[in-house]
Design a protein around this ligand. Structure first.
Ligand SMILES: NC(=O)c1ccc[n+]([C@@H]2O[C@H](COP(=O)([O-])OP(=O)(O)OC[C@H]3O[C@@H](n4cnc5c(N)ncnc54)[C@H](OP(=O)(O)O)[C@@H]3O)[C@@H](O)[C@H]2O)c1
Length: 231
């Protein structure tokens, strides 16, 4: 897909030494430091929208606001909303309509679902989010990205989980990766990794270039850019 027709797309995740992003039970465990959480806030403040999978919403019920007042003020000074648009990807639309995720009234929310997802599943979200549809039974990520681009979303941050990250990799829709490597082992064959799902054949592996590495305390903060093939 022509990068001009879609937002610039960043992935951000924290991973254990054994490559896991959560436990087998998908417990909402915290294994990162305060430094990582501040960096996450900084990365979020620099994008127009943040997308998560329904699995992450169900597992973590994450808050979606920018935490630091000075970052919200800076966004407002630049003519942006104080918080990025929050997007949830879901085929089923079987997601909670109450909880921490829904608390902040200043956040614009979008649920991206498929055309064939029954319309009545939107009812609990009528006052809370805009529902957009792309793709018949699953959201077509190319189409979704075009729709987001048409709405002025230039930078999109994808914050997992493993299935959603993989879907963006498989569609060739990742430009940059922020990875925090954490000194912990989680284990578990079925614990989510940073890219789950069907995976890629060897001739389709994605190649990246390390553009930044920093050690702070016991964590490594790594930033990579995807190498585009010239074909
Ligand atoms: N350590 C980290 O940095 C980090 C970051 C994020 C998440 N996590 C963890 O990752 C785990 C969740 O990962 P996960 O792989 O289970 O779930 P996920 O990737 O968050 O979400 C998967 C769900 O997203 C929806 N989905 C995926 N592709 C879709 C498409 N093309 N069209 C429409 N909907 C689509 C489906 O929702 P429906 O089932 O509703 O159809 C699917 O079940 C949690 O434990 C969370 O805590 C960790």
């Amino acid at each position: 897909m022509n990068p001009d027709r879609r937002p610039y797309i960043l992935l951000n995740y924290a991973m254990s030494l054994d490559g896991k992003i959560s436990t087998e039970d998908r417990d909402p465990v915290r294994f990162t430091s305060g430094i990582d959480r501040r960096l996450m806030d900084e990365i979020r403040a620099d994008v127009d929208a943040v997308l998560i999978g329904a699995g992450t919403l169900r597992a973590e019920d994450p808050p979606v606001r920018i935490q630091a007042a000075e970052r919200r003020d800076e966004r407002t000074r630049m003519g942006k909303s104080p918080h990025p648009v929050s997007i949830v990807l879901s085929r089923s639309m079987r997601i909670p309509s109450e909880g921490r995720y829904w608390k902040d009234g200043q956040v614009e929310r979008i649920i991206a679902t498929a055309v064939q997802t029954p319309a009545d599943r939107s009812l609990p979200f009528q006052e809370k989010a805009e529902v957009i549809r792309a793709g018949e039974t699953s959201v077509d990520l190319d189409e979704l990205c075009r729709m987001l681009s048409d709405r002025g979303i230039r930078r999109l941050l994808v914050e997992g989980g493993g299935e959603v990250n993989m879907a963006f990799w498989a569609a060739g829709l990742v430009d940059e990766v922020y990875l925090t490597l954490c000194p912990v082992v989680i284990g578990g064959r079925n614990a989510p990794t940073a890219a789950d799902g069907a995976g890629l054949d060897a001739d389709r592996f994605r190649k990246l270039r390390l553009v930044e590495s920093r050690r702070v305390g016991q964590e490594f903060f790594l930033r990579y850019r995807v190498v585009r093939s010239r074909s």
